[in-house]
Design a binder for this molecule. Sequence first.
Ligand SMILES: [Zn+2]
Ligand SMILES: [Zn+2]
Length: 525
Amino acid sequence: MNCAAVVCGGTTIAIDCGIGFTDEDGADLVHPNFDWLQARQDSLRAIVITHGHEDHIGALPYFLKKVRVPVYAPPYAAALIEDRLAEHRLKDIDLRVSPAGAREQIGSISVERFAVHHSIADATGLILDTPVGTVVHTGDFKIESDPCEGQRFDRARLEEVGRQGVRLLLSDSTGADVEGRSRLELEAEAALEKWISRSPNRVVVATFSSNAFRLRAVLRIAKEQGRKVCLLGMSVNKHTETARTLGLIPPIDGLLIPPEEVSALRRNEVLILAGGTQGERASGLTRLARDEHSRLQLDAGDTVIFSSRIIPGNELGVLDMINRFERRGLEVITRDEHPEVHASGHGSREEQRTMIQILRPEAFVPVHGTHHHQRRHLELAAEEGIEQTRLVENGSVLELTRDTLRVVDTVPVGRVYIDGMQPLTEEVMAERRAMGSDGLITVLLSLKGDRLRHFPRVLSRGVFGAGNRAQVERKIAEHIRDRLKERRFASPAEAEDAAIEVTRQLLVHNHRKRPLIMADVNGES
Ligand SMILES: [Zn+2]
Ligand SMILES: [Zn+2]
């Protein structure tokens, strides 16, 4: 859910506009509450996107529905954003493609992009030229000693900026717990080559589909080893197409086959390239693991390579997939036993140290990662002799002057849950929680004049076992009748509220349950 604002004189720019994934209360995703940014829309000149990962671009459609503002993004991110805007039927958005090296004057802030290594093409950091000095935002980054083709890190430009003086560095903290240097993309590619060549039958390579370098590597290896490739899942198809269009993947004519043609080939002539590494319920990979894919089956002796990591929170789903594959006699290769099959997109401590040494900033603020990672990153900056450092929370307002760095205020922040492209209100979330944990009760009433007429009818689901459900429903109905029969109601709504309250009290006292309760008067009042 990355989103930061920089305010300088009368200019506000936002850096990134991301989502988080969640399945809390049935939501699909979550984005930051934009109220504060929306209130400043008169001074908001642009949203500047560092790179195309969902935690940096995913919330754009939701924000742009509220506020129209130009969006600057590097080419790969811009292509993804265009697709996303089309899904949301958002037209006439001012989307400006801005590659590494570009410089834009946005209000009183000059924004220059530099290329960084990361697990997505066209990842950039930002150099902001402000009246109080230069501010560098790294974006998500790693620094590879031997980058693969298309990966760039503008070290010479950063060294120049470092020599001219950097007032503040905002740096990616995600890898602050990992000593040393991160694995190279080329090392992951070599490991995949080894494991694919050793696989006697079909191979599935599951990876993060937004990493075009990894997709390109797997496509090349498959081609060289005489395997046709089946792209499994919407996301991996989409990203392959985008990467092809932008020239990040060389021509692959004749290499791809649809799922239904897999069984016609010999088992050692097939490679399945899949997304869905996190055990997402609807993904093609999960359906393969459950042997529920309509057009594709695997057999004992096939190999599944997880060229990915488990994002915290998804452990159970991923382990379930692995267990299902192994139970059916498939060979599963994961990063746990063979760490070389995946390379992280975030630099480890030594790369974070290198960034600080290149830029030698006067002040340092860790960003990205959790509080814990930021704290570890702060220690690193202190080791490097940076004196002005601050750890900030979501909503902190940090004031930077020529010589000071202080937290001066906090602004309201929060989360907005989205389900089916629409925001879920607090009320809906609370209803879902009540239904999910204690079920649903419906009370049907009828009034004659201002009094209860017939015996109320109570229906329940997910509250009582089917065996005694009818009996308990009847008892609740009797209780409502007894408590309300002498009452006079000024309106149907008053009768409904009274019925809900009486039912609620009974369920809490007698059953220790708090289901969602609805009441409806049939309108004969
Ligand atoms: Zn990223
Ligand atoms: Zn990120």
